[in-house]
Design a protein. Structure first.
Length: 631
């Protein structure tokens, strides 16, 4: 197997965003110019794992691991370097010649040659065909008119790669030209099989919505009938379960929404594909929808690993209200700790798509922000459904439900706020309501304070935010143990030298310069070699060049230093001076040992004793430096 050229490695590494790759495995949240999350390499409660998107490397202040995208995959998956390069190349759609790969790497890199890879290729080819038919043929004219009538632009249609499956069954002969494998065609889910084993296009006369996996590859379709829907025909027809498609684990537009949500760590959950597309057109590109069925616990888990907050934005009618109730209950039971839930409820009888069509994209974007509410607010309104609050019996029933809900809140201040709201609305004595709330709390008795009956939102930590348990800290624990002055000087000096040619040249011109700690001297020498090969500095590139994890970790520490962009040459000289005070130790020790041997050979015991005392002091100082480096 040939060695992968450094320029190929650089091109593959620079073709992906490290935060996108790591985001598949770690829930990242924006913090300043970078991202933080819980380290996947050790157990921790407070985020100490940092990803620098600009410099394309990660570093954990807790366990000290650091590196670029290749080292992350190597460490996480326990795979060799070439395999990590192949995986990143595949994610970036960069062709890596087979001579650089061993057999295991080829199977990963050439995913399209695996059975599942071939199924994805088949779906992507089908998507291209359906899109071409919609946009460029008379067969797709009616479907295109329908979509344009729904407010879709060519740009939106292209962004979502929408298509049309015509009445003529053309997909099978089209794919057979590319994949002559009956069993694979049969497994794809793109066809239905008759009693004689014949395959026929599953999707006919439908607008086609490609369904993508988390990496953006097409794994299935949902086809929508246009015009009047016959009674025995489903409006939407999804692909069946296949080796690459599981509707319980698939969310429409999730691959795009996750990227768009990096800044806010929030995703909007809509009921339908058209809602997602309409929100996208209004600027809310971080929207997803389930597969035309009720939300699943698998989808809740996927969302919980990706973002910190989900806003449920369902239709405003009675069915939509009940769907919100089911979704809130599912999140309550299955959401990860620290995640928050909000509800954005549209006016009755209108869905997000209709709202955009009637009021425009700008008003919808504003509505999403202005109408965001907590699950508690939602339930206080939801409990009113089908109740006549002018009837005393039904009013009492409503108030009891509401007070049971408020009894689950952990914040007394929040309880008081809602009690004031209820007392004012129904002209009741607040003290009476508070007394009733206390009675309900006592009746709940042995029940855990934050547990609650079905359909009530669980509220622990931040009740208005619907978070369960302690969430991640507002700011990551990015402070490592303090280091001694000499080591800090070495880190600062290398930080400036790596990023500024003048600083590098200034230090390199000093005769016999040597870092006090061996790992910084090693890093300096390797960086010198790296510069001679690559010319310009890249933190991610040097990470590849370094072979020892300890050196990568040290480089990660150096790159995380918060320093001024403008080089301070006086600071450079101060660092050099501080380091040089420690440099002569090994040299002086060797000289003293030589002098002691010479004094002993001359039988000058007095001089030998004096020199030995000096040697002891130097050895003690050397031990202190080694202990400092170890700590």
């Amino acid at each position: 197997m040939a060695r992968i050229p450094s320029e190929v490695i650089d091109r593959i590494r620079d073709s992906v965003d490290i935060s996108d790759v790591i985001g598949h495995y770690v829930q990242l949240h924006q913090s300043g110019k970078g991202f933080v999350g819980l380290c996947p390499f050790h157990e921790e409660q407070t985020p100490s794992f940092s990803v620098n998107e600009q410099k394309q490397f990660f570093y954990c202040f807790g366990c000290g691991r650091g590196g670029n995208v290749f080292q992350f995959l190597m460490e996480l998956k326990h795979i060799p370097f070439t395999e990590a390069v192949a995986e990143v190349a595949q994610l970036a759609n960069v062709d890596l010649p087979s001579q650089y790969l061993n057999n295991g790497d080829r199977s990963i890199h050439q995913e399209n040659n695996t059975p599942n890879g071939k199924l994805m290729v088949m779906h992507e080819e089908a998507a291209k065909l359906y899109h071409h038919i919609l946009m460029n043929t008379p067969a797709g004219a009616q479907a295109l008119k329908y979509l344009k009538g729904r407010g879709m632009t060519d740009e939106l249609i292209n962004d979502f790669n929408l298509g049309f499956a015509p009445e003529q069954r053309i997909l099978k002969p089209f794919l057979e030209q590319k994949i002559n494998d009956y069993q694979l065609l049969r497994k794809s889910g793109l066809f239905v099989e008759d009693n004689n084993g014949g395959l026929h296009d599953r999707f006919v006369d439908r607008v086609m919505f490609p369904l993508r996996n988390q990496n953006g590859r097409v794994i299935g379709f949902s086809g929508r009938v246009i015009g009047k829907v016959p009674a025995d025909t489903p409006k939407y027809l999804n692909s069946p379960e296949t080796p690459i498609f599981n509707k319980r684990r698939t969310l429409f537009n999730f691959d795009i929404a996750r990227k768009e949500a990096r800044g806010t760590s929030k995703i909007y959950l809509f009921e339908g594909f058209m809602d997602v597309i309409s929100a996208y057109s209004a600027g809310a590109k971080n929207g997803v929808a389930s597969m035309g069925t009720s939300l699943t616990e698998e989808q809740v888990g996927i969302l919980g690993r990706a973002v910190r907050q989900v806003d449920i934005c369902y239709d405003g009618d009675s069915a939509g209200q009940n769907a919100i109730d089911r979704a809130v209950t599912l999140f309550r039971d299955h959401q990860p700790q620290g995640m928050q839930l909000r509800v954005v409820q549209l006016p009755a009888g209108i869905d997000p798509d209709e709202y955009v069509q009637q009021n425009g994209a700008d008003k919808f974007a504003k509505y999403l922000v202005d109408q965001e509410e907590t699950p508690v607010d939602f339930y206080l309104r939801f409990y009113r459904l089908n109740k006549n609050l002018n009837n005393q019996t039904e009013l009492i029933s409503y108030l009891e439900q509401s007070l049971k809900l408020l009894a689950t809140l952990s914040s007394s201040l929040e309880q008081d706020m809602y009690l004031t709201q209820l007392a004012k609305e129904f002209d009741l004595d607040k003290a009476t309501l508070k007394s009733q709330l206390q009675d309900i709390s006592r009746r709940l008795g042995g029940r855990k304070r934050h547990s609650q009956p079905a359909s009530l939102p669980q509220n622990e930590g931040s009740s208005s935010g619907f978070s369960v348990g302690p969430g991640p800290a507002s700011s990551p624990a990015l402070q490592r143990n303090p280091i001694k002055r000499t080591e800090l000087a070495e880190q600062l000096l290398l930080r400036y030298m790596f990023h500024d040619q003048e600083a590098w040249d200034h230090v390199a011109a000093i005769n016999d310069f040597h870092f006090a700690h061996e790992r910084y001297q090693t890093l300096y020498l390797l960086a010198e070699s790296y510069f001679s090969e690559h010319g310009e500095y890249s933190a991610a590139g040097l990470m590849d060049y370094l072979k020892e994890d300890s050196l990568r970790s040290t480089l990660g520490q150096i790159e995380q230093l918060n320093v001024d962009d403008v080089v301070n040459m006086q600071l450079i000289d101060d660092c050099v001076q501080l380091i040089q005070e420690q440099i002569p130790l090994s040299q002086k020790i060797k000289e003293l040992q030589s002098q002691i041997r010479e004094a002993s050979s001359l039988n000058n015991s007095e001089l030998a004793t004096q020199l030995t005392m000096k040697l002891i002091k130097l050895l003690k100082k050397q031990q202190e430096l080694k202990a400092e480096e170890t700590n």
